[in-house]
Design a protein around this ligand. Structure first.
Ligand SMILES: C[S@@+](CC[C@H](N)C(=O)[O-])C[C@H]1O[C@@H](n2cnc3c(N)ncnc32)[C@H](O)[C@@H]1O
Length: 229
């Protein structure tokens, strides 16, 4: 694993115990609404086998399990502490220590892959996307729920103030790891812009990509389609 990935892994291991509390607090629970919308857009349905990559403490898995009966859920993450909390919260789920750059799954294994607030942390995004494309079944869909940069002059200025000043302050105070909450806005502002993002997804082998901005563009549920054959 490369050095940057190792640092990210250590950072999530360190903040795991406060992750859920801060997630709810700092997003004003909006993340719950975004997850529901992403699940709908990914067309999750009964009988599917789903990989929730970068599953963290399993919130997305729990949301899918609650909303859709009879789905087989596998959570993959490279932070042992996040996975441990995920297993405690969702004992019915299967979990696997997985690095997005080298997924420990056979080709054509999953009907759907979800990755919520995890993709921006994948250091080699083209490689991660190629791996996700490989393990998806033909006709499968990948749903990337991720922070984005809001549009509109005034709103984007206010958001930047909250995201780069207030959030790291509160996050640092509660988690004891301020740099983790400085890294969050940094990773969002460094995330590739829509055109490059689209190109990256298509170059990984997906045949189509749809963006679905939510809450003034603060987040986006991006759906990537693998062709039928
Ligand atoms: C912000 S948390 C999101 C957790 C969860 N999906 C959620 O929605 O709350 C990001 C997660 O991505 C994981 N992660 C980051 N890079 C990864 C990689 N290369 N492979 C696997 N997991 C990764 C971290 O360990 C962390 O649990």
């Amino acid at each position: 694993m490369e050095q940057k990935s190792r640092e990210i892994q250590a950072m999530f291991d360190d903040i795991a115990h406060k992750y859920d509390l801060l997630n709810r607090l700092l997003s004003f629970r909006t993340d719950v609404r975004w997850r529901k919308k992403a699940i709908k857009l990914a067309k999750i349905s009964s009988g599917q086998t789903i990989l929730d990559l970068a599953c963290g403490t399993a919130d997305m898995m729990i949301e899918m399990d609650t909303r859709v009966q009879g789905v087989k859920l596998i959570g993959g993450d490279f932070s042992y502490n996040m996975l441990k909390l995920g297993k405690e919260k969702f004992p019915a789920g299967s979990f696997s220590v997985s690095d997005a750059h080298m997924l420990p799954f056979k080709t054509d294994s999953f009907d759907r892959i979800t990755i919520s607030f995890g993709f921006r942390n994948v250091t080699d995004k083209p490689k991660g996307l190629k791996e996700m494309h490989r393990v998806l079944k033909p006709g499968g869909r990948l749903c990337i729920l991720e922070f984005s940069q809001p549009e509109g002059f005034i709103f984007s200025k206010l958001y930047r103030l909250y995201f780069t000043k207030i959030l790291p302050f509160i996050g640092g105070m509660i988690s004891g790891n301020k740099s983790a909450y400085e890294y969050l806005p940094e990773s969002v502002y460094k995330f590739p812009k829509k055109d490059l993002y689209r190109q990256m997804v298509l170059e990984a082998g997906f045949e189509k990509v749809d963006f679905n901005p939510m809450t003034f563009g603060i987040s986006d549920a991006t759906i990537c389609y693998k062709s039928e054959g």
